[in-house]
Design a protein around this ligand. Structure first.
Ligand code: 1GP
Length: 251
């Protein structure tokens, strides 16, 4: 089954999904074996890979190592068109629809198109919406865009709806990696209640309760990056009760 179809099916069945985000630039390579072991022992259903300055050779090696040890779907979450590896299973083909910078709305996508045409990657068009999170995040700085007001869920809803009408297959509400404040739960609920396509939420979620709350508010897939990066035992010794799909199932 295609990765996107499986996400839609999980949404239909109200099975919640969880992605661990790996930034190859931040990985301590000596510890990679241990890190991979912890990923496959965790409740994660997907592995996302992305970062700001990733080199392709590092990306390829990381994916090969991950695939040697397990079979979670590996989804590229690229910061720019150089971060494409045919070894992955899919790519979130992002358009930063909260921003007004044409480079991140369409220019990078035009550059990536001929590269993607040569790969077997499943391409998942994603409306990417950056939400203000208490201080400037790397994604706001690099993209040179202004995040949406975190106190205006209506505007986030309309932005997500426009993304859906434009044909995006996923909406990603992003507070930014290492954000001080995660996406407000009220905003997650408002957006989730008013779009049909699956909703990804990430940025600034630091504990299992935060994952669970985002799921309960309506996120179909939650992304956890920094917290796992800082502590590979993040998922251990916690009583996580949200309905995360078992990683050994068909996804
Ligand atoms: C960033 O949403 C992801 O793009 C994850 O953010 O690193 O804060 O978990 P964190």
């Amino acid at each position: 089954m295609k990765i996107y179809d499986a996400i839609v099916q999980a949404k239909t069945e109200n099975r919640k999904l969880l992605a661990i985000l790996l930034d190859p630039d931040k990985i301590v390579w000596e510890n990679l074996g241990y890190l991979i072991q912890k990923i496959y022992q965790s409740p994660a259903t997907h592995i996302f890979i992305g970062g700001s300055h990733v080199q392709n050779n590092i990306l390829d090696e990381l994916i090969v190592r991950l695939k040697q040890k397990g079979d979670l779907p590996i989804v590229l979450f690229p910061g720019n068109p150089s971060q494409i590896s045919d070894n992955a299973d899919a790519i979130l083909f992002l358009s930063l629809i909260s921003g007004r910078n044409p480079d991140y709305l369409i220019k990078h996508q035009v550059e990536a198109a001929p590269i993607l045409k040569k790969t077997q990657l499943e391409i998942i068009s994603t409306g990417y919406i950056l939400i203000e999170s208490g201080s400037e995040t790397a994604v706001a700085r690099v993209s040179n865009t202004k995040p949406l007001d975190r106190n205006n869920p209506d505007y986030a809803e309309h932005t997500a709806q426009a993304g859906e009408m434009l044909g995006h297959k996923l909406i990603y509400l992003e507070a930014g990696s290492g954000a001080k404040k995660a996406v407000p739960l009220e905003m997650i609920k408002k957006v989730s209640d008013n779009i049909e396509i699956p909703l990804i939420v990430g940025g600034g979620i630091i504990d299992l309760r935060g994952i669970q709350k985002a799921h309960e508010a309506g996120a179909d897939l939650v992304v956890i990056g920094t917290a796992f990066e800082n502590d590979a035992e993040f998922f251990e010794n916690h009583n996580y009760t949200s309905k995360i799909i078992n990683r050994h199932s068909e996804i």
